[in-house]
Write a protein that binds this ligand. Sequence first.
Ligand code: SF4
Length: 686
Amino acid sequence: MRTHCPYCALQCAMTLDEDGDAYRAAGDATFDVNAGELCVKGWTAAETLRHPQRLLSPLVREGGRLREASWNEALDRAAEGLRRVRERYGAAAVGVFGSGALTNEKAYALGKFARLAVGTPNFDYNGRFCMSSAAAAQVRAFGLDRGLPFPLEWIARTACLLVVGDNLFETMPPLRRYLDAQAQEGRRIVVDPRRTELARTANVHLQPAPGTDVAVANALLHVLVAEERIDRRYIGERTRGFEAVQRAVEREHPERAERRSGVPAEEIRRAARMLAEAPSSIILTGRGPEQHANGTDGASAYINLALALGLPGREHCGYGTLTGQGNGQGGREHGQKSDQLPGYRKIDDAAARAHVAQVWGVAPESLPGRGLTAYELLSAVGEQIHALVVMASNPVVSAPHASDIRRRLAGVEHLVVCDFFLSETAELAQVVLPSLQWAEETGTMTNLEGRVLLRERCVEPPPGPRSDLAILRSLCQRLGAPDVLAGDDPEEIFEELRRASAGGLADYGGITYQRLRDGERLCWPCPDPAHPGTPVLFRERFATPDGRAGFSVVEHRRLVEPPNREFPWYLTTGRIREQYLSGTQTRRVAPLRRAAPEPFVEMHPLLAAAHGVSDGEAVRLVSPRGSVVLRAKLDEGIRRDTLFVPFHWGGAQAINTLTSDALDPVSRMPAFKVCAVRMERVPTNG
Ligand code: SF4
């Protein structure tokens, strides 16, 4: 039985075999992306299918507690609460919060549910927390965003690889074969405040202070311009706006960047020359430069660098972003962002509205307009938002300033959660609707290359849970909008999605289940059934009106919350190999729990010594928003002014209790990657 991993955007192919009452996963060697490799999360993914904590029955809140209920009772309660709030406060008082884990069909159906059955503009998803800054920067420069506008195997073939703010050996371990192949003859530059496993393989490792990525990238470009190592022909023929950027980076010399970021000026020069001298280069950004109050500018600064070197559209070259969630890419293509409609159409574009409205059989003016983005939506709960539907997401753990979000969700008039485990968010709900898992239903996912994958049902689900599509259909019926989802067959919904996306930037018009079943490798745009798909974008032109890519003037900005006397250290957060995002699934998988039972705070031994802290000792981290107690993990590879904590845990261990809710003005991405904290020893008893 063949399927794809439920977790990250690599979407490794795997097989599942029955093993007594359980299933055993193995890598599928016939799928080129992972060629039989899986990371530890993939190997153990099947443990969730028959997990004893799996939700098998709907739950409703009564007398302050959740109790089991029939599907009819739970769906009636869910819909009745939505209707009540809508009648009392208007449709915009209902929020709908989706997920980058949903299939394309579910993402599409959830958008129809929100916009037609509920009628709210306030629909967004947790992908806003993941790659929205890079998406905004790509749209600004290239006219569209796709994680990688080139195939993954180009990583193996490029002469110089620059990775900014991502530890690929931990986040996407099966990429090791590409990275190892690249290292054989190529050069590597890594930009990261930590000396990660990837950074240890780099020829140059730049270690900037969190939040100073723009300063470093501008200094790299300064060196390239000053030494005339840019591709003037490409700039002249394929871009616009370079003169303004050239003027802006004139004063961004490496010594200035050194003062701001702590990266030695000579190392910046070395990295710039290494990039310029390579016959081919790829620049990849991860969440490091993106999850900031200027995260769009962080990604734009590296896109400027790629354009000045003439990389996008050239063989074995380019700029890409490392999308995290399994379907973070497809999730936004089909309208899960409050400003987008299916096919990457803009919700405030009259022609886009007319096209989607015609497919949906409604008048364009009946479609809601632009609504609140993810964090704005969550932080409006209890004020502007009085009912919330959450599907496959756990914002109580994954949102910044998490204690405030928890308080709001605990007090909201009506909260409906669809999930297969009782997540920290589901624990607060009035109604919990248990859903199927990845291997138990069919649907398409779009990986970080923009490649559409058909994940077919290969496991019989236990009695009780229902597919999200069936749940949405039942809610539509109870909200008096039965025509919004006439069926819950994934292939039928995909057929409608094809029509809705046709002519848009993310055009799926030519992709069919049959072509995918036949093994065709189809990347969007794929406008008609004879089209081979588009694995490489931008070869001839960009998706902008004039076909040129746009440079953006971006400047280093002072942090919203710089370290100060009371909170003297930078806190940055990220992922570890054994856990995944909010941990709803992976914290329940025994081998992963054993390997990574709790979060830690990584710090330099000198910083630890200054606080009298030893390895393994408990310390309290305090930010202006709260405090968390964690075990110290000493590591000489991290900057002496920076603390790193993984964010996969909830409750008292949720590091997002401390993180900043400052938002990027363009992408509305929260500044997860930097805030100011102090550290206190926790006295031991006795
Ligand atoms: Fe799953 Fe990602 Fe690990 Fe592959 S790398 S097995 S897709 S979590």
